[in-house]
Ligand binder design. Structure first.
Ligand code: NAP
Length: 498
């Protein structure tokens, strides 16, 4: 029998959140931790998403940790470049020895007597799952992301399809799409990156659109020569750019989701773009959304609409009726042939911590804790009754209008402050206070009611229509809230007598 290892902290996930958390623990002098990662390398979504056209639409100066900035001089780098930054980060921050790869965490149980979490894992090898190691830790940080488990909708007849079918998260690079009839289902941000690339090579491309997206123009992927020179020879200008770009995102993009000053101009800009790029009035009508722009995250693309105008591309609207052995039957009843089916259908986003069974204080399961109000966490980070457990990008932590790496850095700042507090309070654990959660919930619900997030269905909402995923507000506000004195919102949890 393998011995259970007892550690100060266990981090689950080696994407941006897990890596940033590990680096911060090390910088604090805490070396007694492990990072459990179910994949075979670091990187999370930037490891998994290798579809044609994958790129980050947030500049690397913002989309990296302030304490180890990404010095890339490209404004919107390809996904591989962001992944390369993560790999370099893991090495430079000395995290390699802390990594346990191919290791799926499936159970977390809090012990009231010791204040320790028991972490049970499954080892993955060649598609097989075997019993993995068990750990005990005072702190657990769930850094499993929100956009992680692919959503492949249960369309009738899906199983009979005889061609190749895959989700954008698992692109099949062995397939040559030249002279193939390709069907792409979905028109979200991922689809708007994939479609222009596939349209260039496929014989025909059919785009199955359930809801059109508002598309905003994308600034050039490259910085101009002067900016590039400044970034290369005066690296402090990159730090300056980080602050200016973050403030600009807060000032211009963040109000879009809350009916703020920029919502109408942004929608007018998207309409102008549609008019300018789509000449066919019928197609334009088909591509015009009927919901406010801030309701979903608007993709940035200058190539999406031109791709839809190509002779080999057809946009088919409405829900899909069924999949046949050789094609797709759409709402209009017609069957269109397909050799390859690409699901650009997003992720399971509203269950959170999928496949991890969590039991907290007094034997309360996470399902029981969330039963009344649905999935929620104080600043997307802490949950009452789960002492010493934190989430990176838990419910309510996703920013639709800025850098999610910056958001994670703010969450890590809060977690480190709480860990310091817990280390001062000897012989107890620490959890967010129910009254702090209640105050936060009231503020959050008020912000959601004032926002445009209730104006359409999106991956932010669950089957009951509750808005679960995004933080409603600017990055500056999130920063301010995560910098509050943790002693006001977190309290000691005494250990019970066993
Ligand atoms: P998504 O925004 O959830 O879009 C999924 C698409 O699939 C939607 O068009 C949806 O239609 C459609 N769909 C889902 N189920 C369907 C069904 N049963 N039948 C027909 N259509 C269906 O997912 P995503 O495009 O992967 O983007 C997710 C998030 O990833 C984005 O919001 C963004 O935050 C992030 N992302 C970021 C970047 C970046 O550059 N930073 C790039 C790509 C993605 P409905 O709209 O009708 O639901």
């Amino acid at each position: 029998m393998t011995k259970t290892r007892t550690l100060e902290a266990v981090i689950v996930g080696a994407g941006f959140g897990g890596l940033g958390m590990g680096a911060s623990l090390k910088r604090e002098g805490i070396d007694d931790f492990i990072i459990l990662e179910k994949g075979d390398s670091v990187g999370g979504i930037w490891r998994d998403n290798t579809y044609p056209g994958v790129a980050c639409d947030v500049p690397p100066q913002l989309y990296s940790f302030s304490f180890r900035p990404d010095r890339s001089t490209i404004r919107f780098p390809e996904g591989a470049s962001t992944h390369a930054y993560q790999e370099q980060f893991a090495t430079a921050e000395g995290l390699r020895d802390h990594l346990q790869l191919n290791c799926l965490t499936h159970e977390l149980t809090y012990d009231d007597a010791t204040g320790l979490w028991t972490v049970r894992t499954t080892q993955l090898k060649d598609g097989q799952e075997t019993k993995g190691a068990t750990y005990k830790a005072r702190f657990v940080i769930l850094a499993v992301g929100q956009l992680h488990w692919p959503n492949i909708p249960d369309l009738p007849g899906k199983e009979q399809f005889r061609g190749a079918a895959f989700h954008t998260n698992n692109w099949d690079h062995t397939l040559d799409l030249t002279s193939k009839h390709v069907a792409v289902i979905g028109t979200g941000p991922t689809a708007t990156q994939v479609i222009p690339e596939v349209a260039k090579i496929a014989d025909t491309l059919t785009v199955y659109q359930r809801t059109p997206a508002w598309i905003l123009p994308r600034p050039s992927a490259k910085f101009g020569p002067l900016t590039r020179a400044a970034f290369t020879y005066l690296p402090f200008t990159q730090d300056l750019y980080r602050h200016v770009a973050a403030s600009a995102a807060d000032f211009v993009l963040s109000p879009i989701a809350i009916h703020g000053w920029s919502a109408s101009p942004a929608q007018a800009l998207a309409k102008w773009m549609l008019r300018r790029q789509i000449k066919d009035p019928a197609l334009r009508e088909q591509l015009t959304p009927d919901y406010p722009i801030g309701c979903k995250r608007p993709p940035l693309s200058n190539t999406y609409y031109p791709a839809l105008m190509r002779d080999n591309v057809e946009v088919v609207s409405g829900p899909i009726k069924k999949i046949t052995r050789t094609g797709v039957v759409a709402a209009d009843g017609a069957t269109r042939k397909a050799d390859v089916l690409v699901y650009a259908t997003g992720f399971h986003t509203t269950s959170f911590f999928t496949r991890v069974n969590i039991t907290g204080r007094n034997g309360r399961t996470l399902d029981a804790i969330w039963q009344e109000n649905g999935p929620e966490a104080y600043l997307g980070t802490a949950i009452p009754d789960l002492p010493g457990l934190f989430a990176l990008h838990g419910p309510g932590a996703f920013t639709p209008s800025g850098s999610n790496v910056m958001i994670k850095e703010h969450q890590i700042h809060l977690i480190m402050n709480v860990i310091r507090l817990a280390r001062q309070w000897k012989g107890v654990s620490v959890a967010v206070l129910p009254e702090a959660m209640e105050r936060y919930r009231r503020r959050r619900n008020k912000n959601i009611r004032k926002s445009s997030l209730l104006g359409c269905d999106s991956w932010y909402r669950d089957a009951q229509g509750r808005v679960l995923n995004p933080f409603v507000g600017s990055m500056r506000l999130f920063r301010r809230e995560t910098r509050r004195d943790p002693a006001k919102d977190f309290g000691p949890v005494p250990l019970s007598k066993a």
